[in-house]
Design a protein around this ligand. Structure first.
Ligand SMILES: Nc1nc2c(c(=O)[nH]1)N=C([C@H](O)[C@@H](O)CO)CN2
Length: 118
């Protein structure tokens, strides 16, 4: 199994459980590892044979910018659904960080794995 990844994708969105958080936009950061087999793309050297991290990144940015969930858990799960269903990704690992949400900590968040590694 090979991996195409996106690291530290920063997106501004409405996220949080408190009233003040519903009125502002905060930055979340996403790390995404997606299972793929890169050999066909490597042989053809053509983007049509690759899992296009640019297309996935743009879709994920759009989804997160348009969302307004309370929990990082919900946002992470929904982003995973989008990537798996729209881009045919069989397995992914997603880390969603909320910088500055806990005083004394750089960031907090969730890490999820979904699907089967083939
Ligand atoms: N497991 C979680 N705990 C907390 C969340 C969350 O999304 N998942 N959110 C908050 C608040 O929104 C916090 O980030 C505000 O600083 C608290 N705990």
């Amino acid at each position: 199994m090979d991996i195409v990844y996106i690291n530290d994708l920063k997106v501004d969105t409405v996220i949080g459980i408190f009233d003040w958080e519903r009125r502002i936009r905060q930055t979340v950061s996403l790390d995404l590892e997606m299972a793929t087999d890169i050999r066909k793309a490597a042989a053809s050297d053509h983007i049509d044979d690759a899992l296009d991290y640019k297309s996935i990144g743009k879709r994920v940015i759009q989804f997160i910018e348009d969302s307004d969930f309370q929990l990082v858990e919900t946002l992470a799960e929904r982003v995973a659904d989008v990537v798996r269903e729209e881009f045919g990704v069989a397995w992914l690992k997603l880390r969603l960080s909320k910088p500055g949400a806990l005083r004394g900590s750089r960031d907090v968040g969730v890490i999820i794995e979904r699907g089967e590694r083939t």
